[in-house]
Design a protein around this ligand. Structure first.
Ligand code: ZN
Length: 125
């Protein structure tokens, strides 16, 4: 059953809620997972779906956790035309939570630029 907006507000912190459910963005260089270099799995804060592996994480210098690929079939991409730009929005396939955006640039070709608050980290494999 889909989770109601009210339930999301109870389940998530205000910051998590504004990002996952309202498509917000955390300020750059503030995320707690930005400099995390431990081996493990990054999961959706909203539903716990496994989204990214630490093996795909790299430092893009953008100020947000960056990954060059997503795990399996865990994410959904959508065209986002907000703020007078055409970008690719990255969403969690399972709960529909907003995670961040996907860019095409160097050196990785693909850069999943993800809000730290949308992710929770599980150490180990
Ligand atoms: Zn999710």
């Amino acid at each position: 059953m889909p989770i109601s907006d009210e339930e999301w507000q109870k389940k998530l912190t205000p910051e998590q809620y504004s990002i996952l459910r309202k498509k917000g963005t955390e300020p750059p260089f503030t995320g707690k997972l930005l400099y995390n270099k431990d081996k493990g799995t990054y999961m959706c804060t909203g539903c716990g779906a496994e989204l990214f592996s630490s093996e795909a994480k790299y430092d893009s210098g953008s100020g947000w956790p960056s990954f060059w690929k997503a795990e399996g079939n865990s994410i959904e991409l959508k065209e986002d035309r907000s703020h007078d730009m055409v970008r690719t929005e990255v969403l969690c396939k399972r709960c529909g939570g907003h995670l961040g955006h996907l860019f095409s640039d160097k050196p990785a070709g693909k850069r999943f630029c993800i809000n730290s608050a949308a992710l929770k980290f599980r150490k180990g494999k």
